[in-house]
Design a protein. Structure first.
Ligand code: GYE
Length: 326
């Protein structure tokens, strides 16, 4: 080998070593992946259209940002999420992000992440931990506000009504932040008006199948239902099937107010089957990757980042439908 060739090879090797050390930040150990930022993400499951859009957004954003994403689907079970987080800790990922299926019971595993010096970002749903040092940031919607918007619509819609307005409620996953908060926000908005009676309220676990099943039971047990308030669109869509199968007209015989704003719900709105939809934006991927990079670089990030979202009447949903992304 000539001296020149040898020197080029040595220089090339040095450049490679320098390049490898320059990225990744924080002097972290070699992950064997060219020092890409490694994010472990524990997703709730695949229970709804919202969730599918959220997963897609996170996976696409990771690719775009050059982040190595370790993705784990918990199938709506907290124990699976705890397992996934422990495995991320073992793998020494740079950042852990997760959407907690329920609010309580996270302190132990989050303490383990903290002890391993792995920062945690909450996305979409919150935890009820008193110890705020267990996570660096929470990115997601204000669910209380969403529930309020649904309730405020109802108050306006029935402003002229004098008799009782019987409401049935399909709740989200028991113990989850969106179920707790959408319920309390709604209750708050209607509490000044005794004519609104929540005559039945039960979980439909945020799925179409459960939404349908529980609505069937409501239709059997409740002699008079004026309004359905569903904590998400998938349960509303399931309930629509139950209402139609019972020979009644969703959107007319029973008014429906729901949350999420997914395409299928907009289609149902354009057919007059849902009367009002409160938007909840699932497209959190880009913001999450940005946050993860900043956290890893040691930058200060906001403790709370709220998602901006609106509401939709059937007219607005019909107009938005052709360009709706999810
Ligand atoms: O509304 C529902 C999903 O946590 C905001 O979870 C999310 C909720 C969303 O299953 O469709």
């Amino acid at each position: 080998m000539s001296k020149r060739v040898a020197s080029v090879l040595v220089t090339g090797a040095m450049v490679a070593v320098l390049a490898a050390c320059g990225s990744g930040g924080g002097g972290s150990a070699d992950k064997g992946s060219g020092h890409k930022l490694v994010v472990g993400f524990s997703q709730v499951g695949a229970e709804s259209g919202w969730r599918t859009a959220n997963t897609k957004s996170i996976q696409e954003a990771a690719k775009k940002a050059g982040v190595e994403l370790k993705f784990s689907d918990a199938q709506q079970k907290q124990e699976n999420q705890i397992k996934a987080i422990r495995s991320f800790i073992q793998q020494k990922v740079d950042v852990i992000a997760f959407s907690p299926v329920v609010e309580s019971g996270w302190d132990t595993v989050l303490k383990e992440a903290k002890d391993a010096h792995i920062p945690v970002i909450l996305t979409d749903r919150a935890v009820d931990s008193k110890d705020e040092s267990l996570y660096v940031s929470f990115l997601g919607s204000d669910f209380v506000e969403e529930g309020k918007k649904a309730g405020e619509w109802l108050v306006k819609e029935y402003a002229a009504a004098s008799g009782d307005v019987n409401v049935v409620q399909l709740e989200g996953t028991t113990g989850s932040a969106p179920a707790n908060d959408r319920k309390s926000g709604f209750a708050d908005a209607v509490k000044g008006e005794p004519k609104f009676k929540v005559v039945a309220s039960q979980t439909g676990d945020f799925t179409r199948a459960k939404g349908k099943e529980v609505m069937q039971a409501f239709l059997k047990s409740q002699p008079k239902i004026d309004v359905l308030y569903a904590h998400n669109d998938d349960m509303a869509l399931g309930a629509i099937q139950a209402i139609e199968e019972a020979g009644r007209k969703p959107g007319t015989d029973i008014k429906i107010v729901s949350v999420d704003g997914v395409k299928d719900a907009f289609t149902a709105m354009s057919q007059g089957k849902i009367n009002f939809d409160v938007e909840c934006n699932p497209l959190l991927g880009d913001q999450l990757m940005d946050l993860a990079k900043k956290v890893k670089a040691g930058e200060q990030v906001p403790r709370r980042i709220k998602t901006e979202e609106g509401t939709f009447t059937p007219e607005q949903a019909t107009a938005a439908l052709p360009n709706r992304q999810y």
